[in-house]
Design a protein around this ligand. Structure first.
Ligand SMILES: Cc1cc2nc3c(=O)[nH]c(=O)nc-3n(C[C@H](O)[C@H](O)[C@H](O)COP(=O)(O)O)c2cc1C
Length: 406
């Protein structure tokens, strides 16, 4: 079965969608989400560690997940913003976590989560101006995470168009023009994670990074998007400050839908361009897993009337969530401490264009021999540790439980 999730806000596009997919051999079912209640994934991890396969958010997404379990192909129909899926389209994908389970394996040479059910192919139909290459790369990577292949990236209508080469170049222009080092006095840091501040790994990373800033005499003010009541104040700070860092976790290969929603509310013109730098981190260790997210971030500041100050990229942040555990705390102290010198160097340069920021990422992929050893360690030790954490969280089911019938 082919499930088409149409996340467009208005308009009836059934005819166009059917026409685009007329060569598809499978039965097609279209779900329109315009009148459905679908919240953003808040990264609580309950669908992996407390109630395996069941999302903690009780809204209309459960209807979708039950259908996804029976589907072979998923097409996501989405409007675009910043050349990528808009927050409504991305939101549906961020909520797909219950289709995977907590256990980590190597598949095709990359760390991935085990599939809870069967594999799923993924395609994108976009409206508006999409960065075709970015969307294709994202679709490939997302499908691979779900054990499937990309079905392709199609424009919904003639007026939907690929951003032209010149436009894409313009979006990325600031990525290639390293800002000159600038002594800064103050910076605002926005935590772009939807996860509540107390539990957010991004927050822990920011705290360490800020120690480095402080040691170098740079003050900072921290804002967290997770509390929506602060969005007005954060927008105001965004518009009135010249040095901005957005720190964020990777969510399904790119920016969390929650952050996309906030970004969509920002004015695109300002009196003076601010310099925006990013701290991007993700669960898996390999640097390469974060590169598509980085590519998206490179093109973002120019689209907000700002300049790009580089991205500090690092994987391996998942376990920070479990620092209440003494063993994990010791294991992850080093991860956090490494951000302190980065804060100092940022204070000196005013951006992440310095060479130490590049080497900070570490290996792009884990070498073959190390993968063989790690695969055994994952199976025998790490995944068993996850079973123990789950018990501590009050989980009574196996982590690879299949809750819905295929
Ligand atoms: C919905 C969702 C999607 C995620 N997708 C990815 C991913 O594609 N690649 C990755 O390496 N980590 C991924 N992660 C892991 C987070 O990036 C990681 O756990 C991060 O430390 C969370 O930071 P936070 O606590 O500040 O939200 C994902 C987490 C969630 C909840």
């Amino acid at each position: 079965m082919t499930l088409v999730i149409n996340t467009l806000e208005s308009g009836d596009y059934t005819e166009q969608i059917n026409k685009l997919l007329e060569n598809n051999d499978f039965d097609i079912e279209i779900i329109n989400t315009a009148n459905m209640k679908i919240a953003h994934c808040m990264g609580c991890n309950q669908c992996w560690l407390k109630t395996p396969g069941i999302c903690a958010i009780k809204d209309d997404y459960e209807t979708i997940i039950k259908k996804l379990v029976k589907a072979d192909n998923l097409w996501i129909v989405s409007d675009t913003h910043f050349g990528f899926l808009d927050y409504r389209g991305k939101r549906v994908l961020d909520r797909i976590m219950p289709m995977l389970n907590m256990y980590i394996i190597f598949r095709d040479g990359w760390m991935r989560h085990q599939l809870r059910y069967h594999s799923l192919n993924v395609g994108v139909i976009y409206k508006g101006k999409g960065d075709q290459q970015l969307l294709e790369d994202w679709c490939n990577r997302t499908a691979a995470n779900l054990g499937g292949r990309s079905l392709g990236v199609l424009a919904l209508e003639e007026s939907s168009s690929q951003a032209t080469t010149a436009e894409v170049a313009a979006m990325g222009i600031s990525a290639n023009t390293a800002s000159t080092p600038e002594k800064i006095k103050n910076v605002i840091i926005i935590n772009g994670s939807p996860r509540a501040k107390t539990f957010s790994n991004t927050n822990k990373i920011i705290q360490s990074f800020a120690l480095g800033l402080e040691e170098a005499g740079v003050t900072h003010k921290l804002y967290s998007l997770s509390s929506r009541s602060e969005w007005d104040e954060i927008r105001e700070a965004f518009m009135t400050n010249d040095h901005i860092i957005i720190a964020l976790p990777l969510y399904v290969e790119c920016v969390p839908s929650f952050l996309l929603e906030f970004l969509a509310t920002l004015p695109t013109e300002r009196v003076r361009p601010a310099n925006i730098s990013f701290i991007l981190h993700g669960g898996f260790d390999e640097g390469h897993q974060l590169r598509l997210g980085e590519k998206f971030l490179q093109s973002l500041p120019a689209q907000l009337g700002c300049t790009y100050g580089g991205t500090l990229v690092k994987g391996g942040s998942f376990m920070l969530r479990m620092r209440e555990n003494e063993y994990i705390k010791r294991m992850t102290d080093k991860v956090l401490d490494a951000y302190i010198p980065m804060g100092k160097l940022f204070a000196k340069n005013g951006n992440f264009m310095f060479p130490e920021a590049k080497s900070f990422t570490g290996p792009e992929q884990i070498p073959w021999a190390a993968r063989q050893i790690m695969a055994i360690a994952l199976k025998r030790i790490v995944n068993r540790k996850f079973d123990n954490f789950a018990k501590e969280w009050g989980c009574t089911r196996p982590l690879d439980d299949k809750v819905y019938s295929e």
